[in-house]
Structures are given as structure tokens and as C-alpha cells.
Design a protein around this ligand. Structure first.
Ligand code: ATP
Ligand code: MG
Length: 141
């Protein structure tokens, strides 16, 4: 399903709606480069899951954990280069948990993603700094 977002607010609203359709254990994998809006999307997701904390990019911590109706694990895989790195993060234990995973830079861990992963691809549009095409695959919203 393809959407056009024309503001951060619209991106958050789309994510909020997706959050309402998620189940425990779901895995959301973002695709999209620097500044695409992955963290913005996660902010909306968190709101939709009843999380009131501020959502920040987990760039240095690798994973941030937020508690709402369910636990949200927010990953940034920017620095992960191989499977060994990934094991070190404990990622596979999180995968087995019944929290929801949202993974920035999922491109770096493609082969480790579960089969029923929901892909959220965020692309900047050439013509407008505030416009994004957001494609959600694997779940209707
Ligand atoms: N429609 C939009 N949706 C989301 N973000 C937008 C939109 N239009 C402009 N922006 C801007 O794009 C930036 C997105 O930042 P964000 O941190 O969410 O990106 P990111 O994909 O997480 O980047 P990084 O890879 O560095 O973690 C913000 O500065 C935001 O204001
Ligand atoms: Mg980010």
C-alpha cells in the first residue's frame, strides 16, 4: 500500500493507524536513507501503542525500549555490518519476545528478518522537502 505524506504530522498519523493493527511480536523494518523519516514514523507508532515517552533515535544505544500497551523495541542498525555484530546486540532474543520491533536501517540485517516482517519504505520526493512516499508491505492499514 502506497501513501503520500506531506508533513511530519501526516507521517506520524499514518504510523499511528498502523500501530492500531499490530500484534505482539510484530517486526517492522524500515527502508530509506538518512533523514527519510524513520524516527518520525516510530514516534507515531509509539503514540498508537499508548506510549507517552519521547521517541529519540537510538543511534548510540542501538536499541531503545518504550513501554505502553505493549513494549516497543526501537533499533538503529546503522552500524551493524555482519551477523556477528547482530548477535552481540542480542537482537535474536528481542525477536523471540512478544514486544513490537521497529528497526531503522533494516537493510543491514536483511537476512535476519523474519518472514512475516512488515516493511515500511520511506522515500524522499525530489520536488518537495516535506513530501515522502511511504510504502507499507505486509499489513493493510
Ligand atoms: N513528510 C515527512 N515525514 C517525515 N519527516 C519529514 C517529512 N517532511 C520533512 N521531514 C523531516 O525529515 C526529517 C526526518 O528525520 P528522522 O530523524 O525521522 O529521519 P530518519 O529516517 O530517522 O533519519 P536517520 O537515518 O538519520 O535516523 C526531520 O527533519 C523531519 O522534519
Ligand atoms: Mg532515525
Amino acid at each position: 500500500m502506497k501513501f503520500i505524506s506531506r508533513s511530519v504530522k501526516q507521517t506520524e498519523e499514518l504510523a499511528f493507524k498502523l500501530a492500531k493493527r499490530l500484534n505482539r511480536g510484530d517486526c517492522i523494518a524500515y527502508r530509506g536513507g538518512l533523514g527519510a523519516g524513520k524516527t518520525a514514523f516510530t514516534r507515531g507508532l509509539a503514540k498508537g501503542l499508548g506510549i507517552e515517552d519521547d521517541v529519540m533515535s537510538p543511534t548510540f544505544s542501538l536499541v531503545n525500549q518504550y513501554e505502553g500497551d505493549v513494549i516497543l523495541y526501537h533499533f538503529d542498525m546503522y552500524r551493524i555490518e555482519n551477523e556477528d555484530d547482530l548477535y552481540m546486540t542480542g537482537f535474536f532474543d528481542y525477536l523471540d519476545s512478544d514486544g513490537i520491533l521497529a528497526i531503522e536501517w533494516s537493510e543491514n540485517i536483511q537476512s535476519a528478518l523474519p518472514e512475516d516482517t512488515i516493511y515500511v519504505t520511506i522515500e524522499k520526493m525530489d520536488n518537495d522537502a516535506n513530501t515522502r512516499q511511504i510504502t507499507i508491505q505486509g499489513r493493510e492499514i
